[in-house]
Design a protein around this ligand. Structure first.
Ligand code: SAH
Length: 200
């Protein structure tokens, strides 16, 4: 899997090392477990998917995580992305709307000893209690950028979020510079929908 990521020009050695450390097969249920190290998204139940490894690497690179950064994730899902962030040394906060998936992810964090703060509910309004964040990563596709999330960014912090239609999204990377929001977009992604007050 790491060789596949290198082929696709993921060059950040810290991210490659973190993704080599977190055993993806533990987050992929049967009957797809044997495909865990392919570069593809796979079903995790409840109509949701664990993101493709390339997407995880790309989004993590776009976040620019440094040790000790406070990172908010929307869409815990299997818990794989949160685990990668945690191994990178981030303090991870993650919100999931599906209680069954959240319970599974929490079990895995406990089993592997990853300290991830989690909460059940609608992540489109963020998690104000622990704001501001150095990074916010949304792992489901939104119709627009939810304003509560940009408001919860620290100065210099980045929001990485897929924005577009239900079928096709661009990855939007917003960097907060004081009250200014710098924005860049990378095309060609496909996520499950972000469902909630500021989502679909
Ligand atoms: N990061 C996950 C990817 C899971 S797919 C992983 O590594 O496995 C996206 C997840 O977002 C799904 O589990 C879905 O239930 C969740 N989701 C969708 N809308 C949400 C919302 N408004 N708040 C929190 N979670 C949401």
């Amino acid at each position: 899997m790491i060789a596949l990521l290198r082929d696709r020009l993921i060059t950040d050695e810290k991210i490659l090392k973190a993704m080599a450390t977190v055993e993806r097969h533990l987050f992929v249920p049967e009957p797809f477990t044997n495909r865990s190290y392919e570069d593809s998204a796979l079903p995790i139940g409840k109509g949701q998917t664990i993101s493709q490894p390339y997407t995880v690497a790309f989004m993590t690179q776009a976040l620019g995580v440094r040790t000790g950064d406070k990172i908010l994730e929307i869409g815990t899902g299997s818990g794989y992305q949160s685990s990668v962030l945690s191994v990178l040394g981030a303090r991870v906060f993650s919100i999931e709307r599906d209680h069954e998936l959240l319970a599974g992810a929490r079990k895995m964090f406990d089993r592997l000893g990853y300290r991830v703060a989690t909460k059940g509910g609608d992540g489109t309004v963020g998690w104000n209690e622990f704001a501001p964040y150095n990074g916010i990563i949304v792992t489901a596709g939104a119709p627009d950028v939810p304003q509560p999330l940009t408001r919860q960014l620290a100065d210099g912090g980045k929001l990485v979020i897929p924005v577009g239609s239900l079928q096709y999204q661009s990855l939007v990377v917003i960097t907060r510079r004081g009250e200014e929001m710098e924005r860049r977009e990378i095309e060609g992604f496909k996520f499950v929908p972000l469902i909630g007050k500021m989502g679909w």
